[in-house]
Design a protein around this ligand. Structure first.
Ligand SMILES: [Zn+2]
Length: 603
């Protein structure tokens, strides 16, 4: 966005947007154009955009079918969509080749830039596997000399191959279930056992934390690639918020310091971190069955004026072999004008839920937040997107955080936890995200750093967690290995989430127990713009001022202090003894893991 566009008001912006949208369709349709629409190259950009819209739809359809949700999209199967995608890719390349970018007016250059970015963003993360080149598996991460793409794809595979099969009491559970169980299991030794059952994943990701571990090799290669391209996830986050890059670290440290100031008592063992702040979940989760979570999320969104069924949101929530090992939301098709009518985007939510509970419910509402965001976008195809990563992740938490409000719990669950307890649980997870953000910021700044030392320093200072540099327990989030720097969107995003929530309350009133104005009002003021407006400008317009950490600092004060439950309640051995046990457990898990690998390699 240029300076002139920054200066316009929201109303003008919307009018410009509509003008820009209607132009696109006029240009597709006609051979004639008004003089203002006859800028050099405009027709060629319009041709590119028309093919691009079809290409996005075809790619989304293939992705939807490959996800396993359904065998057909709009009545067509995979082979039809794949053939169409190939044909459109060739047509898109050809159309792009006809554009003389240097001759374009600024508005057309912006459209072309958005399309080129959209093409880069839509490129498959993992190169398509074929018989000669199977997709990397977890074992490929251990291969010396693996390149960056292979390492990232292989480490991602570890989260499915190992992370979706955590051994808990002799049965395999997925990572989300393991994290939720860490909130629930009352017996301290069992909790520690479950925590250590995650260590095969940590070992696959970071070996013995030596310089040649898969993660450390990946981060060094990633550092070289970033240096070469000039890209920086941290600078991107700063641009998104319209702040100076050094403020990213300062804000993270400020909110973490505020949290630290509320911690009381001696340090917690990492396997007790979730349990110590999850009293609300333990109280409420028994009433939240696996079967009820989707209906509860649907009911809440209906009360917010966003009927998920009417918006065509599809859900794929059961675990199955080979399924993506994380919760995510994607478009099934983009929103676009068809004839004279707007055809909204539809979205699908994918997750691996074996059980219900507050943790799962909170995550599902977050994903459904992405889904309603997709449906609200009203832009020409070039700008169809949810906007910057930080912005759309922050927005998805706007409804999700409501599930930690006692009023919400009373209405949707029939009972509620005490305010301090409910918010302490929410923010202990938010602060863990902030800790991961700071971890990534520091690893990106120094890719040769020892990740276990970096993580230990952060978690012992800010989260009051006993140092365990012998455990790579930071390796719990798939984003860390697949998209280094992505966690910044969650940690710093919490600042934006709190700020947006505050602004909504001031403008249309409370929404924690529903508010039919919520979706229409947010669609008009925040969600419709795709990537047609830069986020810093959009947030400035929406908030009426620059983003500030004040709102989250206010919320943190509502949360009760994290108190270490008495040691006997945690059922925990002395620290010296537990160190010894961890060493033993690690060696055992390492052996077990290697045995597994040898087995699969031999099959
Ligand atoms: Zn998300």
């Amino acid at each position: 966005m240029n300076a002139a566009v920054r200066a316009v008001t929201g109303a003008q912006k919307a009018a410009q947007l509509i003008a820009a949208m209607s132009f696109a369709f006029a240009a597709h349709a006609g051979s004639r154009c008004a003089p203002a629409d006859c800028a050099p190259g405009r027709a060629s950009v319009a041709r590119v955009e028309a093919v691009y819209a079809d290409w996005l739809d075809a790619g989304s359809a293939v992705g939807t079918i490959d996800s396993g949700l359904t065998a057909r999209v709009d009545g067509r199967g995979r082979s039809v969509w794949a053939a169409r995608l190939r044909e459109l890719t060739a047509r898109l390349d050809a159309a792009l080749a006809t554009v003389d970018a240097a001759a374009l007016a600024p508005r057309d250059a912006s459209v072309l830039g958005a399309i080129r970015k959209g093409i880069r963003d839509s490129a498959p993360d993992v190169p398509a596997a074929d018989a000669g080149h199977p997709a990397p598996g977890c074992a490929d991460a251990a291969r010396p000399g693996a390149d960056l793409d292979t390492l990232q794809a292989a480490l991602y595979a570890c989260f499915e191959e190992i992370g979706n099969h955590i051994d808990f009491d002799g049965r395999p559970i997925v990572r989300t279930t393991a994290l939720q169980e860490l909130q629930q299991v009352a017996d301290g030794e069992r909790r520690k056992g479950l925590f250590l059952a995650l260590s095969p994943l940590w070992l696959a990701v970071n070996g013995a934390d030596t310089e040649d571990s898969p993660y450390r090799r990946m981060m060094r290669l990633n550092g070289v690639a970033l240096q070469k391209s000039g890209a920086s996830p941290i600078d991107d986050a700063a641009v998104t918020l319209g702040i100076a890059p050094p403020l990213v670290e300062q804000w993270l440290m400020r909110i973490l310091e505020a949290w630290r100031a509320q911690s009381q008592g001696g340090p917690l063992e990492p396997w007790d971190y979730w349990y110590a702040s999850a009293a609300a979940s333990r109280e409420l989760s028994p009433a939240i069955s696996r079967a009820s979570v989707l209906a509860t999320s649907k009911r809440f969104f209906r009360d917010l004026g966003a009927d998920l069924d009417r918006l065509g949101v599809r859900h794929d929530l059961d675990p199955r072999p080979g399924k993506a090992p994380l919760a995510y939301t994607e478009q099934i098709r983009i929103g676009r004008r068809v004839g004279n009518a707007w055809r909204p985007a539809t979205a699908r939510v994918s997750a691996n839920y074996e059980q219900g509970g507050l943790f799962v419910l909170n995550e599902l509402i977050h994903e459904d937040g992405h889904a309603v965001h997709y449906a609200a976008v009203r832009t020409r195809p070039a700008y169809f997107s949810l906007g910057d990563d930080l912005f759309f992740e922050a927005f998805a938490d706007v409804p999700a955080w409501s599930s930690s409000e006692p009023q919400w719990q009373q209405k949707y669950l029939g009972s509620h936890a005490a305010e301090q307890s409910a918010l302490r649980e929410l923010f202990s997870n938010v602060m863990l995200d902030a800790a991961w953000s700071l971890f990534e910021l520091r690893m990106l700044a120094d890719p040769a750093a020892d990740p276990n030392q970096v993580w230990t320093a952060i978690t012992s200072r800010y989260l009051n967690i006993v140092p365990h540099p012998e455990l790579s327990w930071w390796a719990l989030r798939v984003q860390l290995v697949r998209w280094p720097g992505y966690m910044i969107n969650y940690g710093l995003g919490s600042v934006v989430t709190a700020d947006i929530r505050q602004r909504i309350r001031e403008s249309i009133g409370s929404f924690d127990t529903g508010n039919p104005r919520w979706y229409p009002w947010l669609s008009a003021h925040l969600l419709r713009f795709g990537s047609s407006v830069d986020t810093a400008h959009l947030l400035q317009q929406f908030l009426g001022r620059a983003v500030s950490p004040d709102a989250i600092l206010t919320q943190l004060r509502r949360a009760g202090s994290v108190q270490v439950p008495a040691r006997q309640h945690l059922g925990q051995a002395a620290v010296e003894q537990s160190h010894r046990l961890i060493d033993v457990a690690l060696v055992d898990h390492q052996r077990g893991h290697e045995a597994d690998r040898a087995l699969s390699a031999g099959q």
